[in-house]
Design a protein around this ligand. Structure first.
Ligand code: 13P
Length: 247
């Protein structure tokens, strides 16, 4: 399985930020892992053009569940593909919290992504209160069951485990805690989707930095990372790519 370093720029980035892609391509012309950048929708087309011919894939951060229509402000999966994207992040905890996205909605969006030929990067993760209540495995398992549609394959789906309390906080679960959740996700995926699910990449996300990436990537069933803050600068993201290449 090729591992995946994915960057989620969230609501960051304007024209000037495209220079980071040039720097990333220059530093990692032939990376030993897959590399994906998901910029804000306004930059996707420009970033895709800039990355074309390189090893860097691009994607969106969300899509609507419908293919087109009267949905002011939304974008469809087909529009992401049209703008050069190959992936779309779905069900990120910030969208679940800020926009009230349910597992059922994330499921519908994932189907829309597949229909447009995109790979869905489906996010799951518990809050701090849920972890402290000992509910992590149950919460993540429930999100997985509800958010991932029937028909998931290693080609059309990536799972990102992002504990809500680890996002942007500098706090990271212990390696044992990460391993326990990733092992449970793998077991649920293979139970539901069979042997092919051993090839579904399971990313860890939440305060991944060049300084902690190598130890996280050494955990079994961690097949890469979904990176927020540290994906904004080529030097930081490059350090994470380098750690994944050696994992
Ligand atoms: P940080 O890497 O900034 O903690 O964000 C993680 C994340 O939410 C990626 O989707």
């Amino acid at each position: 399985m090729r591992k995946l370093a994915a960057g989620n720029w969230k609501m960051n980035g304007v024209e000037n930020s495209l220079a980071e892609i040039d720097a990333l391509i220059a530093a990692h012309p032939a990376p030993g892992c897959d590399v994906l950048i998901c910029p804000p929708a306004t930059l996707l087309s420009r970033l895709s053009d800039r990355a074309s011919g390189s090893a860097i894939a691009t994607g969106g951060q969300d899509c609507h569940q419908n293919a087109s229509g009267a949905h002011t402000g939304d974008i469809s999966a087909g529009m992401i593909a049209d703008a050069g994207g190959s992936h779309v992040i779905l069900g990120h905890s910030e969208r679940r919290a800020d926009h009230g996205e349910s597992d059922a909605l994330v499921n519908a969006k994932s189907l829309a992504a597949w229909t447009a030929g995109l790979t869905a990067v489906i996010c799951v993760g518990e809050t701090l209160a849920e972890r402290e209540a000992g509910q992590t495995i149950a919460i993540v398992g429930g999100q997985l069951a509800g958010s991932v549609p029937d028909g998931a394959t290693s080609a059309n789906t990536v799972i990102a485990y992002e504990p809500v309390w680890a996002i942007g906080t500098g706090k990271v679960p212990t390696l044992e805690e990460i391993g326990a959740v990733h092992d449970d996700i793998r077991a649920r995926l293979t139970a539901r989707f069979g042997e092919d699910a051993n090839g579904i990449r399971i990313l860890y996300g939440g305060s991944v930095k060049p300084s902690n990436a190598a130890e996280i990537f050494a955990v079994p069933n961690v097949d890469g990372a979904l990176v927020g803050g540290a994906s904004l600068k080529a030097a930081d993201f490059g350090g994470i790519i380098a750690a994944l290449e050696q994992a």
